[in-house]
Design a protein around this ligand. Sequence first.
Ligand code: SF4
Length: 167
Amino acid sequence: MLSSPIPTAAAAAAQDGEKACVYSCIGYGDCVEACKFDAMTMNDKGLPVVFYDACVGCGACARACPRNIIEMHPIEHKIFNYCRNRDKGAVARKICTVSCIACGLCVKDCAAEDGIAMMDNLAVVNYDKCLQNDQPTKRCPTECLRFGEEEKMTKEAYYSSLPEKAV
Ligand code: SF4
């Protein structure tokens, strides 16, 4: 099963030009250096971009990330919480408009029992039980929970300026 890296928490770092969230990408590019396949680069916001055509799913980028915010996912996964902030909602919201605020709407809206769980103020998808549809994402107030093709969503949502190779 081919896996690909998902740079979670990049959205938080993309905001306001600041990296105030301690759960977000710090932009040092350790992941890019670790990739032996030239499948990652940093964009003009100092955030990692994955070239999915070049990625072999080895996971070196995820192991190199000092904040453990790059996750490896099978390509079958279609729903992701892009936030890793575990602060209470009010605290998270002060520094980021796309943070998970632990409102629990996705948990209520998920048709699968335990398909999504709240863990330390963060909505966590249980891929063993998740039905892989967009229902839990529809009322997410900050749109940190998203459904779709990860490669496409990442480009559309978080990378305003992409290196030519990734477009
Ligand atoms: S609906 Fe969105 S903000 Fe609310 S708990 Fe779920 S992922 Fe977090």
